[in-house]
Design a protein around this ligand. Structure first.
Ligand code: JCF
Length: 677
């Protein structure tokens, strides 16, 4: 009985550790959550019944223990340094030159490269393969012993996967929070009316410094290794890349995006490639780290002050900066939603100068308590619109704190564009102008949307022009665009004869687009490009779509009750019926003619997939091509438009090169999917 319990305990630990590794390190879960929970509960029960079987490295010990009085100090055997930064290609060139000179090297240097994690540096100490301690960087020579908190991080193994563990192994890396866990944490905090964190890094820092590790356990932290400190009783390989491979074998998490490249050209190519992936990585990075790959070379180069000479962090433009709010305006969108917008003192962030940032809605402004005059954190990540993350209260002018000069923001009760009452429906976060398309702001936005590239694609009809057309009463609805004439258009400000002609030609050419685009162009709330495509494919004709009741709409895949109700309400509205009728008169849409119902971005295009892609499976890539109306063929021929090639591509790639067919890697493929060019 005793022996049986002991054996089952060992077996359960192995199963749970394997599941942790698959889930947290490989990001490739092997068993369902419910099964995991059952295994963990069985182990907890066994350990409760046989306390002598409980060991400190048991997976049951990851749920956190009671609060500590404070953290003990931990001295680092091998100091934890910082990295020097490079902000330009020139600085990377200089780094490489210094390394080549230091090594008296004629040829190019090989570098190990990886993402620079935007987290907190920590060190983990394993003795005889068992986790014994972990600490923060602190001042570099000693930090805080946060072992209890690190134990709760399931990506960190409590035992190294090897039969010949080194006597001592110190692993260096960064603790961070994945964006999806951060979003969930903040959403939960918001639901409970609690304070939110401004970014994943702050959330990770706050969680790692909890004296009560039960709180840390709930926070879902993650870890990536980037190097080693002290090692005893193991022979190190010759290169950093091999050290990282070794850590991966021991089941420590290492970045999937790590590579070995050669020379400055290799570094810059990696920097750009990683930069393109930045927005889609599951965690925040702030640059790329380059290291001379050969350990003997690293040793020869040594250190300057507190940073290695063999390594550098090449930074991307910051995604967050501080600036001052000069005013808070309210904008009226296409659906009448009122959006508070912060007018900012211009600030360079995310690679562009930002002067406006969204505050989303009334509740968000209140929660963040952003006021005119405040210093705020502005964030611009990837192509996402800039947003105000929050106010830095420490910088609010003192007189404001004592006697507020600037009151908290309140939403206007009438529309700033048309003066109609503003309504906020129960359960909705947006306040809306109640005037519908009678509100000029909504009318303008509806026309801008109708003409936009992904809708009817009327080239040259920009915001400024629509503004003039509506303000002068030349255009009230999208249908009016089709009855504009040269005389009236040429009479607009800054409109030469030639550009007027071009605009009319572009409007004429926008007729006879696929039904999916026409439906999208109508600007029905809740109907984006994908839903418009689904609707077009399902109904085939505009008449059929317009006649559909909510029940019929619910039969369209992916259309739920909210979307169905919104579509039905749109077509029931008499104003909308009149505009659609006028569009039909203008032949912007004609049911029943030989006009495509659905055209994805890849309509008529033939793709061939070869090799292994870094992120997408072959099935996923195929689905994406087909969702855009393209075809995936098994072999390369003269009819092939694109070959998507991963690692180990084989003969298809050779053939594609011979036939001069466009070859895409995963990044370029994803880019094509998103942008269409
Ligand atoms: O974030 C990283 N990938 C990273 C951070 C890699 C390193 O080699 C580092 C680091 C921070 C400090 N090395 C040091 C000394």
């Amino acid at each position: 009985m005793k022996l049986e319990a002991e054996q089952r305990t060992l077996e359960l630990r192995r199963l749970i550790e394997d599941a942790n590794y698959r889930y947290y390190v490989l990001d490739d879960p092997a068993i369902p959550d419910a099964e995991y929970d059952r295994l963990l509960r069985e182990l907890q029960d066994l350990e409760a019944a046989h306390p002598e079987l409980l060991t400190p490295d048991s997976p049951t010990q990851r749920v956190g223990a009671g609060p500590l009085k404070g953290f003990a100090q931990a001295t680092h055997d091998v100091p934890m340094l910082s990295l020097n930064n490079a902000f330009s290609e020139g600085e990377v060139v200089a780094f490489d030159r210094r390394a080549r000179e230091g090594l008296e090297r004629e040829g190019q240097i090989e570098y190990a490269v990886e993402p620079k994690f935007d987290g907190l540096a920590i060190t983990l100490r394993y003795e005889q393969g068992l986790f014994v301690r972990g600490a923060t960087r602190g001042d570099g020579s000693s930090g805080e012993d946060v072992s209890a908190n690190l134990k709760t991080i399931r990506a960190i193994p409590m035992r190294l996967e090897t039969v010949t563990p080194p006597a001592v192994l110190e692993v260096r890396g960064e603790v961070l929070m994945l964006r999806r866990d951060f979003d969930k944490l903040n959403q939960d905090a918001r639901d409970q009316g609690e304070k939110t964190f401004v970014n994943p890094r702050n959330a990770a820092a706050g969680s790692l410094r909890q004296l009560d590790s039960r709180i840390t356990a709930k926070r879902r932290l993650h870890f990536f290794s980037y190097g080693i400190g002290r090692v005893e009783g193991a022979d190190l390989p010759g290169t950093h890349a091999e050290v990282m491979d070794w850590l991966a074998e021991l089941r420590l998490p290492v970045a999937r995006q790590r590579r070995v490249v050669v020379g400055v050209a290799g570094l810059m190519a990696y920097f750009n490639e990683l930069g393109e992936q930045r927005a889609t990585l599951p965690y925040d990075i702030d640059g790329a780290v380059y290291k001379v790959n050969r350990l003997a070379d690293q040793e020869r180069l040594g250190f300057v002050a507190r940073a290695p000479r063999f390594s550098i962090a090449h930074k991307y433009p910051a995604q967050e900066e501080l600036t001052v709010v000069e005013a808070i305006d309210v904008q009226v969108g296409r659906t009448g939603a009122l959006t508070p917008v912060a007018r900012l003192k211009p600030v360079f962030v995310g690679g562009v100068t930002v002067t406006n940032a969204t505050l989303h809605n009334e509740d968000e402004v209140r929660r963040k308590d952003v006021r005119v005059g405040d210093t705020v954190i502005v964030r611009r990540a990837g192509d996402v619109i800039p947003e105000v993350v929050g106010s830095v209260l420490e910088r609010r002018p003192l007189r404001d704190l004592l006697a507020p000069l600037h009151e908290p923001f309140v939403m206007p009760t009438v529309c700033p564009e048309c003066g109609a009452p503003v309504l906020r429906l129960e359960g909705e976060s947006a306040a809306r102008c109640s005037n519908g398309l009678a509100c000029p702001a909504q009318r303008k936005q509806a026309i801008i949307h109708f003409a936009s590239r992904r809708a009817m694609d009327i080239e040259g009809l920009g915001d400024k022009l629509v503004e003039q057309l509506v303000d002068r009463g030349l255009v009230q609805t999208p249908a009016d665009l089709y009855s504009l004439d040269l005389e009236r258009v040429a009479g607009l400000e800054r409109m030469a004869q030639k550009s007027a002609e071009n605009l009319l030609a572009a409007i004429a050419a926008s007729r006879h687009k696929p039904l999916a685009r026409f439906v999208f162009a109508l600007g029905i709330r809740q109907v984006g490009e994908q839903t418009a495509r689904d609707l077009a494919r399902h109904f085939g004709k505009l008449d059929a779509l317009m006649a559909a009741d909510a029940e019929a709409l619910l039969r369209v895949a992916d259309v739920g009750p909210v979307v169905a109700a919104s579509i039905a309400a749109f077509f029931r509205e008499s104003h909308n019926q009149a505009v659609i009728e006028a569009l039909r008169q203008a032949e912007a849409w004609v049911d029943g003619e030989a006009q495509a119902v659905f055209a994805g971005r890849f309509s008529g295009k033939v793709f061939v997939l070869t090799g292994t892609l870094p992120n997408l499976t072959r099935e996923q890539a195929k689905e994406r091509v087909e969702a855009e109306g393209g075809k995936v063929a098994g072999s390369v021929s003269g009819k092939t438009d694109y070959v998507v090639a991963g690692s180990d591509p084989g003969s298809k790639l050779v053939k594609a090169e011979k036939l001069n067919i466009k070859i895409l890697d995963e990044t370029a493929f994803l880019h094509l999917l998103e942008k269409g060019d």
